[in-house]
Design a protein around this ligand. Structure first.
Ligand code: ARG
Length: 845
């Protein structure tokens, strides 16, 4: 790796010192002056001082108003241009060669002449420096510096964005020497201000030219042994041979969480041009995340900037070059047959910038083509709300789609047996793209015997007008005449009758909660269903009787009730779920004690390719194996020595002595059952404590504790979950996570890779109705009532993890269900808050 000085020398501006240098004299001087009045000598001195002060102030004011206009800010632009009448020479790769210097000089001269065509630019121009050259014929990458009067920045930005026009003008008006450069595609944009901060103490520049069949690595300085340097700006210029593109594959990205402080930015260029940014990264990515980038040409730039605080291990990436395929071979093509799949180039990794693909799909004569996008990730920062898709998009049947779309909701059917799908990515910001399926359908009846959603999805007719958004676009719930077992909401929706008066606004317009014999308008419903006047909320008196009118009142201390959080010093708080939320609420700080829990080391970004959890995403998840026979149940880590699981997992079963510690071994830090890698710690058990009141018929009190034979050392992959306070509130509708290696369908096989799914907490009364009265107050229901998402056999004992702030709390333990993932049959979990005393007594947690 070649290590050089930064190409352009930054001259830190002193302009910003201006503000602090104007100091008006302190008022106290005048007072001193007044006191001495009366004494003769004093008076003379006083007059002199007064005159001096007046003169000084006048001077300052004149300076202030006269020169202030001249306060200038440094503005940096990066740009590139194509020189068509030069041939690339290997010497151009090295900025210390004579060839480089000579061509660079010609480029800067010509830039100066281009800028002279604009009055704004010529006035404020300071200078330019060429950063690099690359093939094609020769592309020059440069930085230009301007000193712009404060307030004028926008006009200069504007002039710079039209620099191509200026270059044209310059070309036409000059009778130029015949050895001058022929320029095309001149472009530039303001440099990310974070990249030329004067606070940087270190500038490092690395260059790397990959060769065919050679793998090299780039990494942040110090990686992996020491944190990256503070206040540093680093850049890696990557090149491939002509006819090749660069493949950059990150195996580690571990930076500070806040992109404002430390970040890595990847460009499809050799200089940091904002309209060639491919991606910006910060935080910690799981090693299982697809993080491969492809360039469009044979160059790429990686930049990294850090601030003074909190330095992390950094990043490492593999750099290889791969032969550039012809346009036709990159993506797109002819697809024939009754069904098949296709995806964006490099999926599930990032597609390259400036790519265009076209697929022509042809299904048998007489049929129509139906295309469904299973994953759809084409987002551009800042354009999340944009409808007209000006940048990256997919086009089918004249229908442009972009952004991030929920799985399976982008779909279309053609009336003929062919369909053309195109994919376009522009020069900046790439994403993971899409994967799609196509199939031949009957044009007259694309959803035989089914209901066709507005988004073309086919669903069972029985699912329409039942209160569930089965289509994903609500089209199955519109224009409904509600059946007799449904509530007709004012907004036209139908909702299942058992949701009436359950305290949750299911209609979205309150219809299902009106006239419930409940509370009149101007009244609030207490947790115990009593009604009290709204005015009594937060008035410092317990009007409900259960204290629920005095919760979350912004006041700190209140008198204790069953619903209030109790600090160690026995005072109680009005705030709901104050524990481990990062704010000290108890005077003794006890709400923020023992809070190193419930956080995974990794940034959870969007998942592509199924519901596999990311490695280390749920580091408290444990796999309980029966020795020599494999995974049986899940469990959760709550301390270095203790696990929580389900009591029904540890009941003797014929010859299997499941109640005995010797029977079991616990796998901590496990991701795939097939791979007991370095991150995994296998532990034997010392003790098993099932709940004494566990009822094997009703599954009441289905909870057990397991003591490890020795404490485990926490790591990125092994960490405890947060234990909720007894009063912790997990409200209905709250989104929680279930995880496990259990069966992926009812009666099916267990999963190899840890699975995760998001479900919602379901109101206990509603759940008890759905589950025919089998729900006790110590059980918690969660699921997706439309069916399809649930825990299943083999998940038992595992966690129901509930996010609160930036941490996950153990809301429940997987316990039982009626089959798996059936419609209107949620999963049932042991409510952990009910056992806090018992857990504390045995484990100290
Ligand atoms: N009892 C099952 C087990 O032993 C877990 C059942 C969870 N079922 C459900 N549908 N949520 O693994």
């Amino acid at each position: 790796m070649d290590y050089m000085d930064s190409g352009l020398r930054y001259t830190p501006t002193s302009d910003k010192d201006w503000d602090t240098s104007v100091q008006f004299l302190p008022a106290s001087d005048n007072k001193k002056f007044e006191k001495k009045k009366g004494k003769k000598v004093g008076a003379v001195i006083g007059v002199v001082i007064f005159a001096a002060v007046v003169a000084l102030m006048t001077g300052l004011l004149v300076w202030h108003f006269h020169f202030r206009k001249d306060v200038r800010v440094k503005r940096m632009y990066s740009g590139s241009m194509r020189i068509t009448n030069q041939v690339f020479d290997n010497d151009y790769e090295n900025s210390s060669t004579q060839a480089f210097k000579m061509l660079a000089k010609q480029v800067t001269d010509q830039l100066k002449s281009i800028y002279s065509k604009s009055p704004q630019l010529s006035k404020y121009y300071v200078g330019s420096a060429v950063q690099a050259f690359s093939e094609g014929s020769v592309i020059a990458y440069y930085l230009s510096e301007f000193k712009v009067p404060a307030g004028q920045e926008a006009s200069v930005d504007k002039a710079m964005s039209d620099v191509d026009k200026l270059a044209d003008k310059e070309r036409r008006t000059f009778t130029r020497p015949h050895n001058s450069l022929a320029l095309e595609d001149v472009m530039s944009s303001a440099l990310d201000t974070r990249l030329f901060m004067t606070s940087f103490k270190t500038h490092l520049k690395f260059t790397e030219h990959t060769r065919p069949d050679k793998t090299t690595y780039i990494q942040s300085p110090g990686f992996p042994n020491s944190p990256y340097p503070p206040q540093a700006f680093m850049e890696w210029q990557l090149r491939a041979d002509p006819g090749y593109i660069i493949k950059l594959k990150f195996d580690t990205v571990n930076l500070e969480e806040d992109c404002k402080n430390d970040f890595v930015k990847i460009y499809d260029s050799l200089v940091a041009i904002e309209n060639r940014v491919m991606e910006e990264m910060c935080g910690y990515y799981s090693p299982s995340e697809p993080l491969t980038f492809l360039s469009s040409g044979n160059v790429m730039l990686v930049t990294m900037a850090t601030n003074e605080e909190k330095n992390f291990p950094g990043f490492r990436a593999e750099v290889t070059q791969i032969k550039r395929k012809t346009k036709a071979a990159t993506c797109g093509g002819q697809l024939k047959g009754a069904k098949g799949t296709f995806s964006s180039p490099n999926f599930p990794n990032y597609y390259p910038p400036s790519t265009e693909c076209q697929w022509t799909i042809e299904v048998p004569e007489g049929k129509g083509v139906k295309v469904t996008f299973k994953k759809f990730l084409l987002s551009e920062p800042g354009l999340e709300q944009s409808k007209d898709c000006p940048k990256d998009y997919v086009d089918f049947n004249g229908n442009k789609v972009c952004g991030e779309q929920p799985d399976g909701t982008v779909t279309d059917t053609s009336s003929t047996n062919t369909m053309t799908v195109t994919f376009n990515s522009d020069a900046s910001y790439v994403d993971r793209g899409f994967t799609a399926e196509y199939e031949a359908v009957d044009v007259k009846d694309p959803c035989p015997q089914q209901f066709q959603c507005k988004n073309q999805k086919c669903i069972s007719k029985a699912l329409t007008c039942d209160g569930w958004n089965d289509c994903g676009d609500m089209s199955d719930e519109l224009k409904c005449t509600c059946k007799s077992d449904s509530i007709t909401c004012k907004n036209g929706l139908c909702k299942p009758m058992f949701w009436k008066c359950d305290g949750v606004d299911d209609c979205g317009d309150g219809t299902d909660e009106k006239g419930c014999g409940g509370c009149k308008s101007g009244e609030m419903m207490c947790k115990n269903n009593k009604c009290v006047s709204e005015k009594k909320r937060c008035d410092g008196r317990n009007d409900c009787g259960d204290g629920s009118d005095e919760l979350d009142c912004g006041t700190s201390r209140v008198s204790c009730t069953d619903l209030t959080y109790k600090c160690k010093d026995n005072t109680c708080l009005s705030k709901v779920n104050p524990e481990c939320d990062g704010t000290q609420d108890c005077e003794d700080g006890s709400d923020e004690e023992n809070c190193d829990c419930g956080r995974s080391m990794f940034k959870t970004s969007r998942i592509v390719g199924g519901q596999n959890a990311d490695e280390g995403e749920f580091p408290w998840q444990v796999s309980l194996h029966v020795k020599n026979s494999g995974h049986v149940c899940g469990a959760s880590i709550i301390s270095p020595k203790w696990l929580v699981t389900a009591a029904h997992c540890v009941q003797d079963d014929g010859r299997l002595r499941l109640s005995q510690p010797e029977t079991w071994e616990a796998y901590l830090g496990l991701h795939a059952q097939s791979n007991v890698g370095k991150t995994v710690v296998k532990k034997n058990l010392k003790k098993i404590i099932p709940h004494p009141n566990y009822n094997a018929y009703t599954y009441d009190n289905d909870i057990a504790l397991m003591e490890l034979d020795s404490p485990v050392t926490y790591s990125d992959y092994i960490k405890p979950v947060c234990m909720p306070a007894p009063q912790h509130d997990f409200p209905s509708g709250h989104s929680v996570w279930i995880t496990g290696w259990g069966a992926t369908r009812e009666g099916g096989y267990g999963a190899t890779v840890l699975q995760k799914a998001q479900v919602r907490i379901i109101n206990g009364t509603v759940c008890n109705k759905l589950m025919e009265g089998q729900i006790t107050s110590r059980m918690l229901c969660a699921g997706v009532l439309a069916g399809g998402v649930d825990a299943c056999q083999g998940d038992s004992g595992g966690p129901l993890s509930s996010p609160s702030g930036s941490r996950m709390f153990l809301a429940g333990v997987v316990s039982w269900g009626d089959g798996c993932a059936r419609r209107n049959k949620p999963g049932v979990y042991t409510t952990v808050t009910k056992y806090r005393g018992w857990i504390q007594q045995h484990t100290g947690v």
